[in-house]
Design a protein around this ligand. Structure first.
Ligand SMILES: Nc1ncnc2c1ncn2[C@@H]1O[C@H](COP(=O)(O)OP(=O)(O)OP(=O)(O)O)[C@@H](O)[C@H]1O
Ligand SMILES: [Mg+2]
Length: 306
């Protein structure tokens, strides 16, 4: 069941505002009314198109906790996203206070902060029972006793692989009435486990949870009934799964990996450069291709664009 039904801007942006990040990002600058009145909304688009920026601002505006190293509300690197959050107009039905924001790439940070919280709970429990806290060498070295305990016991949290523990989180933390904002949750997952995540999302959504997910995964993008917004269009617009470039590129590659390793990869790199530099844009050296697109690094010399 959706809780958040609409996202928009409270007012028009000033000329000064649109010169600076985050309003300088085309998809953000042209943000109109986004109808998210569905259990699952997916953000798709090229790298740098603004998906994370909007998701982080949404997390701040909805006052959702982050599962990670620091909260969106407090993270010093996200001050600009909080400026965007203060201009977002969210419509709810009804307002949900449950849920979280999660960047899959920050999942290790989440495990570390869990370990620190558990260490503090254990210490406070012991202290209330009159059991002395384990003093450590590291405490004398300046690390807080909970931090030191957590770093010694982090392997308990890490005993399962990144992808396995990430999926555990879904099984245990997602509640029917929550709103969950997920940034590239596919990052630690094998294709098979992306399918497992897809089915967990389907189950959670059918029991009342709502998801807004930024993803590049053709598997997650296939969520049945999801509303897909493309950030490659300005303003952001709804697109059908069958029209997604991500899906077409992946399908073409899988249909004929040999052909794709040749001409199509060169074409894809050229398209990316031209999207960035305009129709006249060209890539002259392998070095500049490497700087622009890490993906090309794995390719042989024959891939150099001229
Ligand atoms: N703190 C910042 N200051 C200035 N520009 C930023 C900042 N954070 C992101 N950007 C820029 O804003 C644009 C949008 O970035 P964002 O991270 O939202 O893209 P994205 O769609 O999530 O990309 P990806 O698919 O690679 O995760 C990019 O051009 C990025 O370089
Ligand atoms: Mg992103």
């Amino acid at each position: 069941m959706p809780h958040l039904i609409e996202v928009g801007l409270k007012r028009a942006l000033t000329e000064e505002e649109v010169r600076e990040f985050p309003f300088s990002v085309p998809a953000v600058r042209a943000l109109e009314r986004l109808d998210v009145n569905v259990p699952v909304t997916l953000f798709v688009g090229e790298n740098g198109s603004g998906k994370s920026t909007l998701l982080e601002a949404l997390a701040a505006a909805a006052e959702l906790p982050s599962l990670g190293t620091s909260d969106v509300g407090a993270d010093i690197t996200l001050a600009a996203q909080r400026r965007l959050a203060s201009l977002l107009r969210l419509a709810w039905r009804p307002r949900s206070r449950q849920g979280f924001f999660l960047r899959a790439e920050d999942f290790f940070g989440f495990q570390r902060s869990q370990a620190r919280i558990d260490a503090r709970i254990l210490r406070e429990k012991n202290e209330s029972l009159g059991i002395a806290t384990e003093q450590s060498v590291a405490t004398a070295g300046g690390m807080h006793v909970d931090e030191e305990y957590a770093s010694r016991h982090i392997n308990r949290y890490d005993a399962r692989s990144h992808g396995e523990s990430f999926l555990d989180l879904f099984s245990s933390r997602v509640k029917p009435r929550g709103l969950y904002l997920l940034d590239e949750p596919e990052a630690p997952l094998s294709p098979k486990r992306q399918l497992v995540l897809l089915s967990l999302l389907v189950g959670a959504a059918s029991s009342g949870a709502q998801f807004v997910v930024a993803t590049h995964s053709p598997i997650l993008l296939a969520f049945p009934g999801a509303r897909i917004f493309s950030f490659d269009d300005v303003p952001i617009r709804e697109v059908a799964y069958s029209d997604l470039e991500h899906v077409a590129v992946m399908r073409d590659f899988l249909n004929d990996p040999d052909a794709t390793r040749g001409g199509s990869a060169r074409l894809a790199a050229r398209e990316l450069v031209q999207a960035k530099e305009g129709p006249g844009g060209k890539v002259a050296t392998q070095g500049s291709v490497r700087r622009e697109f890490g993906m090309i690094q794995a390719m042989p010399e024959a891939m150099v664009l001229t």
